[in-house]
Design a protein around this ligand. Structure first.
Ligand code: 13P
Length: 252
């Protein structure tokens, strides 16, 4: 189902005590605002998920993980399974983030198995796709995004695909302060919807939630979210400050 979502990807930031403060600040601030139907998702480091879901139980946000290993249990030292996330009431899990593709060599095939294992446990994948700058400069960005979707998602039957949230995150915009323009974001989101319509059907494309990520902040969120095919944002740096994150979450 198509939703408005603002998700904060904290990445590897905040100590436990800092995380407690930030989650409490966000929870309190959310009591005071009108989200206009949008859903706020916090994706802290895995160590803080239990604390976040405890607070979320009495607050107006849901919790996502930043990563998962595609197996229910087993000899995978250091990894976290979808079953473990599910028992902690995790609603979403980010996968395919460009940082994991780049630093941890995650392939499209591996991401495919992550999508499947999350869906098996009713955890919603937030599937990230995005091109690097040389690909955009070579005008290859549309084919890159199409390939990423095809390789990791388009094997899914329609009922499963409809549960997935997509985040378009141009790699050149992540952490750089260079945001995609509203026109660039709209153009790609509309393209993604077209690709989904061609693989599945127009109704499925119309009901897919597609978020934008990459240097989204309190100043530019409103014009990005006003685009017809932009359903919200996946926020990195600006999600680490309660006031700015709230400003973004109320930008619909
Ligand atoms: P920034 O908002 O810091 O550019 O990061 C975006 C991102 O990677 C979210 O997943």
């Amino acid at each position: 189902m198509r939703k408005k979502i603002v998700a904060g990807n904290w990445k590897m930031n905040k100590t436990f005590s800092e995380a407690e403060i930030l989650i409490t600040e966000i929870a309190e601030a959310l009591d005071e605002v009108d989200l206009k139907g949008a859903e706020v998702v916090l994706c802290p480091p895995a160590l803080y998920i239990e604390m976040a879901t405890d607070v979320a139980f009495e607050s107006n946000f849901t919790v996502g993980a930043q990563n998962v290993y595609p197996s229910d249990s087993g000899a995978f030292t250091g990894e976290i399974s979808p079953l473990m996330l599910k028992e902690l009431n995790v609603t979403y899990c980010i996968i395919g983030h460009s940082e994991r593709r780049k630093y941890f060599n995650e392939t499209s095939e591996f991401l495919r198995s992550k999508v499947e294992s999350l869906l098996k446990h009713n955890i919603i994948p937030i599937f990230c796709c995005g091109e690097v700058l040389p690909e955009r400069e070579a005008n290859q960005h549309f084919e890159v995004i199409k390939r990423q979707l095809e390789e990791s998602l388009f094997h899914l039957p329609v009922e499963a695909f409809m549960k997935v949230v997509i985040a378009y995150e141009p790699v050149w915009a992540i952490g750089t302060g260079v945001t995609a323009t509203k026109e660039q974001a709209q153009e790609m989101h509309s393209f993604i919807r077209g690709v989904i319509a061609a693989r599945y059907d127009p109704a499925t494309a119309g009901s897919t939630t597609i978020l934008y990520g990459g240097s989204c902040n309190g100043k530019n969120a409103r014009e990005l979210f006003a685009q017809p095919d932009v359903d919200g944002g996946l926020i990195g740096g600006a999600s680490l400050k309660a006031d700015e994150f709230l400003q973004i979450a109320t930008s619909f």
